[in-house]
Design a protein around this ligand. Sequence first.
Ligand SMILES: CC(C)(COP(=O)(O)OP(=O)(O)OC[C@H]1O[C@@H](n2cnc3c(N)ncnc32)[C@H](O)[C@@H]1OP(=O)(O)O)[C@@H](O)C(=O)NCCC(=O)NCCS
Length: 177
Amino acid sequence: MPDPLIRSLGLAEAERRLDELAALLVDAVESGASVNFMRGLTLDEAAAFWRGQLPELGHGSRVLMAAEAGGRIVGTSVVTFAHQPNQPHRADIGKMLVHSSLRRQGLGARLLAAAEAAARATGRTLLVLDTESDSAGERLYVRGGWVKVGEIPNFSLDPDGRLRAATVFYKHVRLPG
Ligand SMILES: CC(C)(COP(=O)(O)OP(=O)(O)OC[C@H]1O[C@@H](n2cnc3c(N)ncnc32)[C@H](O)[C@@H]1OP(=O)(O)O)[C@@H](O)C(=O)NCCC(=O)NCCS
């Protein structure tokens, strides 16, 4: 399969491809990832999550980066701009997902770089996220130069109901040019 292409999905396309986005989220949960949902997440519930992301996509306060291969969405990263008037320089990164069949090939690193570039392009220079401690996500962010703020014990349940710690990260990125 050729290297997946990464680009931002607009509102109309995201709406049209909700089923693919949902399938990717279900795959992540079934693979044991802590991405806010418990095992048994249905495609309908996953689609409802993505549908909830659409209004901000439409308002331009969120960017959805998608990796596509073989005509399917196989990876995502989401940049959400802080809405607080005193934080016009901050954005949150979330829903870093790579289909379980395509992991460990560098796609996660590319999606993270794409999210950072999308944030930079809109003048957001402080990026923040949290992820399950000791996870593939944590390694990805450390490799990408993110700074570990610290760990919060018992932050959330993994898909099988075990309490897991979360690590909070930030990264300062430079404006283009
Ligand atoms: C976290 C996640 C997005 C990483 O995606 P990925 O595509 O596997 O990421 P990468 O390939 O860039 O890096 C993963 C590993 O593969 C290695 N790798 C990268 N390219 C490689 C290659 N060509 N050959 C072999 N290994 C490679 C990296 O060194 C890295 O190793 P490490 O984790 O031991 O440090 C993915 O595991 C995922 O979707 N997990 C489920 C959802 C999740 O937990 N998301 C994070 C929540 S915030």
